[in-house]
Ligand binder design. Structure first.
Ligand SMILES: [Fe+2]
Length: 276
């Protein structure tokens, strides 16, 4: 296993390994390298949905998707993101993740790790961009930190859902399962002790602020975090697996030609701790 950096700031390429057979003795170093760098890119893998889930399970407890409709037919722990329609039925969610966010921040115990595996990729676009919210916290002017350190933010699945294109109405049961949750604006990583802004999607609002002021603050912090000078852009090839730590990273997908191109991605996520 060889590790090299994608940039000076965060992100690594991990080479010369087969994720299906990585020995227990090598796994702690791999996990630790991914946590330290925020994003790990592992190319040329041949992973069935079951292989993807087995690898993810080595990092922790795999989460079920919130909505059942885009689960992989062979494995409910794999969520499918795709624009492909077969026999009139979409293979996956075509509209997921085009705004900057961290995964499933609206859960009480939000996602720690996301595993995204490329099965089919478009000839251009459909990239995934990453920025580090830990680096952003470090880069903030010192005078701003005390105020942000004390803030709490409401993350709402209901509110996020209403912003989605063609969203169907949530059922009573889904609403009961997905109450709004409150997380700190600045969280401390349980393994490294590093502090990071914890920015949800652009529907999270700090407690005690109006929607207008709160959303403006969250937008400002996200814009600061995703400064193009501090991004890693992953251009996908089939067989790529990218693993990232949502406790320090934000990400988004970029658009592509959904009419003429095909994109098929498999995603699995591992549950994290309550942010503190
Ligand atoms: Fe995402």
């Amino acid at each position: 296993m060889k590790i090299r950096s994608t940039s000076d700031e965060f992100g690594i390429f991990i080479e010369d390994l087969d994720l299906r057979t990585i020995p227990d003795t090598d796994f702690p170093a791999l996990r630790s390298a991914i946590i330290q760098s925020g994003v790990g890119v592992i190319r040329d893998q041949l992973l069935t949905p079951a292989d993807l889930v087995s690898f993810a399970e080595r990092f922790g407890k795999v989460e079920y998707g919130v909505r059942g409709e885009f689960q992989h037919p062979d494995n409910p722990d794999v969520y499918v993101i795709s624009n492909i329609v077969e026999d009139g039925k979409p293979l996956g969610n075509p509209n997921d993740g085009f705004a900057w966010h961290t995964d499933l921040s609206f859960l009480e115990h939000p996602t720690a790790f996301t595993f995204l595996y490329a099965v089919e990729t478009p000839t251009s676009g459909g990239n995934t961009e990453f920025a580090s919210a830990a680096l952003a916290y470090d880069r903030l002017p010192a005078a701003r930190k005390p105020e942000l350190d004390g803030m709490l933010v409401c993350h709402s699945y209901k509110r996020l859902h209403t912003t989605r294109k063609n969203a169907r109405a949530l059922t009573e049961e889904e609403l009961r399962r997905m109450p709004d949750v409150i997380h700190p604006m600045v969280r401390t990583h349980p393994d490294t002790g590093r502090r990071a802004l914890y920015l949800g999607p652009n529907t999270s609002v700090p407690i005690g602020m109006t929607d207008e002021a709160g959303l403006a603050l969250m937008d400002e912090l996200m814009e600061f975090t995703v400064d193009p000078a501090y991004r890693y852009v992953h251009v996908w090839k089939p067989g790529d697996l990218v693993v990232w730590d949502n406790r320090t990273m934000v990400h988004r997908a970029t658009e592509y030609d959904k009419i003429n191109e095909r994109r098929l991605m498999h995603r699995t996520t591992v549950k994290g701790e309550r942010p503190v």
